[in-house]
Design a protein around this ligand. Structure first.
Ligand SMILES: [Zn+2]
Length: 119
């Protein structure tokens, strides 16, 4: 009864127009179906690998708790706290955006000065 039914569809894989036999046909050929399935499977695998890699990235946040309670920070700690690079912090210091103190050769950033950046 469906012999006179012609569904013009676009192949999910190659993008070519084809005549589908059923509403659920997504590919112009079995080859496209198989190739697309392989790609989707690979993407899924890549995503699951990414998800695993996210975990170690989260770890520094936990160690930030200590930094957040400190009144005086090093340039390194300031960078970690703000999620910026050391160079960015150094640039802010040389521009005068971030006021710092010096103890010997060490640059000390007062927590209050960091907070002032957001006022
Ligand atoms: Zn196709």
């Amino acid at each position: 009864m469906s012999s006179n039914l012609i569904l013009k569809k676009i192949c999910d894989f190659c993008g070519n127009e084809f005549e589908a036999k059923t509403l659920f046909t997504r590919y112009c050929s079995h080859t496209c179906n198989r190739k697309h399935y392989k790609i989707l499977k690979r993407e899924k695998e890549i995503e699951s690998v990414k998800a695993v890699k996210i975990i170690p990235v989260k770890e520094p946040i936990i160690s930030n708790i200590g930094i957040q309670q400190k009144e005086f920070l090093s340039v390194e700690e300031t960078a970690t706290l703000l999620g910026a690079s050391r160079r960015t912090i150094q640039r802010m210091i040389s521009k005068g955006t971030l006021k710092v103190g010096k103890i010997g050769r060490r640059t000390i950033v007062k927590r209050l000065e960091i907070d002032k950046l957001f006022i």
